[in-house]
Design a protein around this ligand. Structure first.
Ligand code: PMP
Ligand code: GLU
Length: 397
């Protein structure tokens, strides 16, 4: 018997962001001098006050399965955080599940609200993994393409136009990867209006919540009038606390749905790693304030550096991101056929790795994503190489 993969698994592509990281590793192993701005990962080490309790937990033999929802102390701390920061009331006993990564949290949250044939509205540009997750669950990701000319603003008209009798949910990410945009009050109202009118669930990916600039307020949809009671909040430790390799996140939502979401966790991974949860508990403590503030201040300085330098290059225009650690400059005036072509040229000619906007949806096809979770020297080197390569480029006729 020959083994073939199932059509659904075969139909999805690799994660473009993860595949690019593999490519960078391959190039580096070959000795190629690459500057990588494709990754969505803090370059800082996890703060020591988070590492210590996790190591101590390991040494003390805290190495067994935990409750599938996660250790109670951590769920209580998450409930406290959600209340204090987000105005969300979540019962640690019934409404919160600690997950091995926000990625898995999003997957099980989706599994809890959609089934075969169900549709999820995904305003785009959107992070690369939402649509494949929906496809794997037998659902259909309905792209709601936002207009770059008005800063990728979400409107009730656009959302409504995409609703069908099969629509079950709207998926929103704020601060946004890759646009750097944050949800405005008008956009939150638009989501609430459409979700309310059609009785849809809302999936709110808030993993970049703490990484925001210029004092902008973060809006949590689970606490927004009209979205309460229908929203599942997905968050995690990777970005805020530089804990990508720890793989820890959580989902918070109404007990009636979380009762089923936890079954998906139970039958897939069981629970998040025990000692990792002890580290996360420390991450949620007041001790993190200074470390998080320092990291965000550093991202802010790098943001200014990168946006300023990119806007000096003729043919590139780059908006200020409001949150997260990505810029999404428009490169249409450079005269390349597509962002894909530009990105391939940039690796080849300058050894600089960026993510083509097409990875995030059709409206970012003339954009590329650069991460500024990299040192100032790395950012400067990348822009210098880019500018030099453009200067010596033969302009196509
Ligand atoms: N959502 C968004 C928008 C992201 O950029 C990421 C980064 N991979 C995730 C979710 C998942 O994060 P993690 O799995 O590391 O918790
Ligand atoms: N979220 C990051 C990114 O968008 C990390 C890679 C991934 O998991 O997609 O680049």
């Amino acid at each position: 018997m020959s083994t073939r993969s199932a059509p659904v698994a075969a139909s999805i592509g690799r994660s473009p962001t993860v595949a690019l990281l593999d490519e960078v590793q391959r190039q580096k192993a070959r000795g190629v001098d690459v500057v990588n701005l494709s990754g969505g990962e803090p370059d800082f080490a996890t703060p020591d006050h988070v590492v210590r309790p996790a190591v101590e937990a390991l040494q003390a033999g805290f190495t067994h399965y935990t409750a599938s929802r996660g250790i109670l102390e951590l769920r209580e701390a998450i409930a406290g955080k959600l209340h204090a920061d987000n105005g969300i009331v979540a019962d640690p006993g019934t409404d919160i599940i600690v997950t091995p990564s926000a990625k898995h949290g999003m997957f099980i949250a989706l599994a809890g609200v959609i089934g075969p044939g169900d549709e999820v509205l995904v305003p785009s540009p959107a992070w690369v993994s939402y649509a494949p997750m929906i496809t794997l669950l037998g659902g259909r990701a309905v792209d709601v393409p936002l207009d770059p000319r008005d800063g990728f603003t979400i409107t009730a008209e656009q959302l409504s136009a995409a609703v069908t009798p099969r629509t079950r949910a709207i998926l929103v990410n704020t601060p946004n990867n890759p646009t750097g945009r944050m949800l405005t009050a008008a956009e939150a109202d638009a989501i609430a209006e459409v979700a309310g009118r059609h009785d849809l669930a809302v999936l709110a990916d808030e993993i970049y919540e703490y990484i925001r600039y210029d004092g902008r307020p973060h809006r949590s949809l689970a606490a927004w009038p009209g979205c309460e009671g229908r929203t599942l909040t997905i968050n995690g430790f990777s970005k805020s606390y530089a804990m990508t390799g720890w793989r820890l996140g959580y989902v918070a939502g109404p007990a009636a749905v979380m009762r089923d979401v936890v079954k998906v966790q139970e039958h897939t991974v069981g629970c998040a790693a025990s000692f990792v949860q002890r580290g996360a508990l420390a991450a949620l403590s007041g001790e993190s304030r200074v470390a998080v503030d320092e990291m965000v201040a550093s991202y802010d300085a790098r943001r200014r550096l990168l946006v300023g330098a990119l806007n000096k290059i003729p043919g590139i225009s780059c908006a200020d991101p409001e949150g997260a650690f990505y810029v999404l400059p428009d490169i249409s005036r450079l005269g390349f056929g597509s962002a894909q072509e530009f990105s391939a040229w940039l690796i080849e000619r300058a050894g600089v790795v960026v993510t083509p906007g097409s990875a995030f949806g059709p409206t970012a096809e003339q954009h590329v994503r650069l991460s500024f979770a990299a040192s100032s020297d790395t950012l400067t080197a990348a822009v210098d190489r880019l500018a030099a390569a453009l200067e010596t480029r033969e302009v196509p006729q």
